[in-house]
Design a protein around this ligand. Structure first.
Ligand code: PRP
Ligand code: URA
Length: 209
């Protein structure tokens, strides 16, 4: 089973409270989502492999570390995942960005795929799939299905708020995928919204309420 981690650093908890508050407007919401994404990127990158490299300081030759391993692709699930991309890129600026368009049908709650554009050679890359919300888990599972179908095998999923129901669905469908979230909330309501949650992340990010 992949790793499941709640990254509950005090700064992250403080910032989550800001975006949960219904009185937080679009501009501030967007800024704080990116700030949290930046802090999550720091934790998610903690186990990135390193390799030795010989360099010369002004004084001596020395063997030091540099990042090795697979090249990173950040993959936002549209729309709301876009809100996390800049924050992640702040820490991993050389990452490529692939896009998966997926929306949840309001009546059936089933995910509908409408767009995919990814870099080539996905089997060679470390994918960080980002979406603020893991609710029923349908969108994340469908997005990761689509990425695996295109050759991806090394995938981590990063979100801000997860429901226990969604975590279980994603773990059952993709046990190889590590899941990182800033919060594990209580449950889903009857419309598939996370409680206490933060409402509709895409609408709050883009001002389409
Ligand atoms: C939201 C959210 C996730 C999905 C989570 O997207 O950003 O992608 O719902 O729900 P699930 O786990 O039950 O699938 P939404 O469908 O509202 O689309 P949007 O990002 O375009 O607003
Ligand atoms: N999608 C959202 O944006 N919010 C939720 O609470 C559930 C799904």
């Amino acid at each position: 089973m992949g790793n499941f981690q709640v990254i509950d650093h005090p700064l992250i908890q403080h910032k989550l409270t800001i975006i949960r508050d219904k009185n937080t407007g679009t501009k501030y919401f967007r800024e704080v989502v990116n700030e949290i994404a930046r802090l999550l990127a720091y934790e998610v990158s903690r186990e990135m492999p390193l390799q030795d490299i010989e360099i010369e300081t002004p004084l001596v030759k020395t063997v030091q570390k540099q990042l090795a391993g697979k090249k990173v692709v950040i993959v936002p699930i549209l729309r709301a995942g876009l809100g996390m991309v800049d924050g992640m890129l702040d820490l991993i600026p050389a990452a490529k960005v692939g896009h998966v368009g997926m929306y949840r049908d309001h009546d059936t709650m089933e995910p509908v795929e409408y767009f995919i554009k990814m870099p080539s050679d996905l089997s060679e890359r470390q994918l960080l799939v980002v979406d603020p919300m893991l609710a029923t888990g349908g969108s994340a599972v469908a997005a990761i299905d689509a990425l695996k179908k295109r050759g991806a095998s090394n995938i981590k999923f990063v979100c801000l708020v997860a429901a226990p129901e969604g975590v279980k669905v994603l773990q059952d469908a993709h046990p190889d995928v590590d899941i990182y979230t800033a919060s594990l909330d209580e449950k889903l309501n009857e419309n598939g919204y996370i409680l206490p949650g933060l409402g509709d992340a895409g609408d709050r990010l883009f001002g389409t309420l």
